[in-house]
Design a protein around this ligand. Structure first.
Ligand code: ATP
Ligand code: MG
Length: 702
């Protein structure tokens, strides 16, 4: 029975309650043994962690002394909100005045890392006002370094090409995040780049030096530097002592750097609560290692392990399907989930002809459910890759169904948004060469080469923007060049009035936009206005840029959620971005061999197993209803070897007889050539071939 003071935990089951309140009875204060909650999907791990945060605060722990690490900003906000609600209700119950409970140290590893590094910068020889490079800025900087080192020259046409900028960055990132030697990373993951070992090593040294020169850090640096700080015993002790409790959700997806940071903060693991599910480890491709969660009890001796087996999310029929799928994995995952909820409707496996038919089918299904009272917001459409939803997006727009898309090409990856942010980044840090280079190319007539020379002139001139006035790019529009210099110079000189300079910056950029695109630019201009509005909410632009670079709003409109609160819209999301979430009705798109599992992941056993866990994550997002859709043929972008845009798919190899048995089989009319291709007179109709035999035959030889 819950203690009187634990009334707020009454909604939890005994195992959850034990975890939420663990350690607090200790006679010597709030010190607690390391705690690991290892449990399956939908068993209330995140819920329990929110309760634990609330419980700690109610028991007297200063909220500023709780560090809560999550996988996205959204997750941090959601958990903070839940903890707040729980505290509020408990205080009201006790007749105490409500107080606002904030957890100021809730966020992603990267965001918290950035904050600590800025704070400690003076003691680390770091420029406190460092800028953060997003992935594509980092790739551009890598590219500049590649060119300058002469690695892209091909004097000998038979010599093997040096890896592209994105590959270089991926190798660099894998080496840093795995804490491994370059040679091992090349052997293990990029064997075709092995011969470039020495050049890569030099390139990475140069890339690192350039970042330091320019007071810029990339995403990996935020973890790497934080981890380096934690290797300094005095500093580690000082930072570790700021937090009594370190709570981490989704621990199965931590990488070597993150695990080292946790050990640095709390060497004996006291006060650490880690939560996760080894069957949901899906970030191996970003160097996450499931061993960190499995070895947690070995790393921190005295760990108390709590497992949760009851699932509160899904119907038994959905759990059966998920259990069958994960049951065929090459390694065994401990848990079989059960629920006390009813059996529910059997999940459906729907065969459709192609992605156009899939889009029609899903929109019909979504709208039919809305008719029966399941709002769009309570439905989710999930896919392996962002582009798998392209046809669906078009269909939704055509049929006026509002939606938001998470993952895939994001709002901030759109060229115009990046351009405008580049302008702000340059003004924020005049030494930010990639931002300067990008902004200069906005001026009509200025190409990459000219911009490069201008950047060199700028460096030679001590990064004083004014020196650019003497640099007259020959083919450039001189008025626009001058206007750019004036705009940036005004912003640099006027940091005290950042909100004030945003408006002229937007005005300048919009004239550029109108000149660049022939098509109407209203939507793009609206995005810029959105950005200005968001920026104005921050104390200053540097704070805004840090936040945005680290944890970008994932979809247009994500930032004005208040306005959207009453609106109903459908969520489209990659499975990776759907982690931790749930919907009444879930539709999984494009489940065919080659798309899910993805073609690139099926080459290794480890890759294939990660795909299986990814599909497991997708299935376990559903509460009441689940549909998995398999097109008979699908579109593969940018793969010249296929010749044709459509490839004939085989059924996903994960749908073995045992798994299929958990699904009701449905065949969409589009996938029934025998009936759909026959007209009223019983003759095959001439319009729209239902099978493209020529390309099917060709694809046999690929
Ligand atoms: P995932 O592995 O997908 O992240 P999870 O283990 O974190 O899942 P939660 O998201 O915390 O699970 O919970 C799943 C659902 O179950 C939520 O809707 C939550 O409110 C509900 N839930 C959790 N615990 C209980 C409980 N004791 N009683 C009723 N509902 C619960
Ligand atoms: Mg969770």
């Amino acid at each position: 029975r819950p203690h009187r003071d634990e009334a707020h935990l009454a909604g939890l089951n005994p195992a959850q309650r034990e975890a939420a309140a663990f350690g607090l009875a200790a006679p010597h204060g709030w010190d607690a043994d390391p705690l690991l909650i290892l449990a399956g999907a939908g068993s209330g791990k995140t819920q329990t962690l929110s309760h634990r945060a609330a419980h700690l605060v109610l028991a007297g722990v200063d909220p500023r002394r709780i560090l809560l690490l999550t996988f996205s900003r959204r997750a941090a906000e959601e958990m903070t909100r839940r903890a707040h609600t729980i505290c509020d209700a408990a205080l009201a119950e006790r007749g105490r005045r409500r107080q606002s409970v904030k957890l100021p140290w809730a966020g992603t590893f990267h965001a918290i890392g950035a904050r600590l590094l800025r704070e400690y910068a003076p003691r680390l020889g770091l420029e406190p006002a460092f800028s953060i490079l997003d992935r594509s800025d980092a790739a551009d900087l890598m590219d500049v370094a590649r060119h300058d080192a002469g690695l892209t020259r091909r004097d000998d046409p038979n010599a093997k090409r040096f890896p592209r900028k994105d590959t270089c960055l991926a190798i660099y990132s894998a080496t840093v995040n795995r804490q491994a030697r370059l040679v091992d990373v090349l052997d293990g993951y990029f064997p075709w780049c092995r011969e470039h070992h020495d050049d890569l090593k030099r390139l990475f040294a140069d890339y690192t030096a350039r970042k330091q020169d320019r007071a810029t850090l990339d995403y990996d640096d935020l973890l790497l530097y934080w981890q380096l700080v934690m290797r300094e015993p005095a500093l580690a002790a000082e930072i570790g002592a700021r937090f009594d409790h370190v709570l981490i959700d989704e621990y199965q997806d931590t990488n070597g750097l993150q695990a080292a940071i946790i050990s640095g903060l709390k060497p004996d693991g006291r006060g650490v609560t880690a939560v996760g599910d080894d069957a949901q480890a899906i970030y191996g491709f970003r160097a996450a290692e499931v061993d960190h969660i499995l070895n947690f009890p070995k790393t921190f001796c005295g760990t108390h392990v709590v497992t949760l087996e009851q699932n509160y999310r899904s119907s038994q029929a959905i759990l059966n399907a998920a259990n069958a799928l994960i049951g065929e994995a090459s390694r065994a995952y401990a848990k079989q989930l059960f629920t006390e909820r009813g059996p529910g409707t059997r999940p459906r496996h729907v065969t459709v002809m192609d992605s156009a038919a899939e889009a029609r089918y899903v929109v019909d299904a979504v709208l039919a459910r809305r008719e029966t009272g399941v709002d769009l917001k309570r439905q989710g459409v999930l896919f392996r890759n962002g582009h798998h939803a392209n046809e669906l997006e078009i269909e939704l727009i055509a049929r006026n169904v509002p939606f938001k898309k998470y993952g895939g090409l994001k709002f901030l990856e759109a060229a115009h948004v990046k351009d405008f942010l580049g302008l702000l980044r340059w003004a924020d840090n005049p030494r930010h060469e990639i931002a300067a280079w990008r902004t200069m190319q906005l001026v009509p007539g200025v190409g990459p080469g000219t911009a490069r020379q201008a950047v060199d002139a700028l460096t030679a001139g001590n990064d004083e923007i004014a020196v650019l006035a003497d640099f007259r790019p020959a083919r450039a529009d001189q008025t626009a060049w001058r206007a750019m210099i004036d705009t940036v110079a005004a912003m640099v000189g006027d940091t005290a009035d950042w909100p004030g300079v945003l408006v002229p910056a937007a005005a300048w950029y919009k004239t550029i936009l109108r000149e660049r695109y022939e098509a109407p630019t209203t939507a793009r201009e609206a995005d810029i206005d959105d950005l200005v509005r968001i920026a104005e909410r921050y104390a200053d632009v540097p704070a805004f840029l840090t936040e945005l670079t680290l944890d970008p709003p994932q979809a247009t409109g994500d930032h004005n959620d208040d306005a959207l609160l009453d609106e109903d819209y459908l969520i489209l999301s990659t499975v990776h971005s759907a982690k931790g979430q749930e919907w009444d009705s879930v539709h999984v798109l494009h489940v065919a061999d080659g798309t899910f599992p993805s073609e690139f992941s099926t080459k290794t056993e480890a890759g294939l197993e990660e795909e299986r866990r990814l599909l497991y994550v997708a299935l376990t997002r559903a509460k009441n209803e689940l549909q998995v859709i398999s097109p008979l043929r699908y579109y593969v972008p940018e793969q010249p070897k296929y010749g044709d845009r459509h490839v004939y798919g085989a059924a996903s190899r994960f749908f073995t007889p045992r798994v299929l048995a958990c699904f009701e089989q449905v065949t969409d009319k589009s996938a029934l050539p025998a009936t759909s291709g026959i007209d009223a007179a019983g003759k095959p109709s001439a319009d729209r071939p239902s099978l493209d035999l020529a390309s099917a035959a060709r694809s046999l030889w690929d």
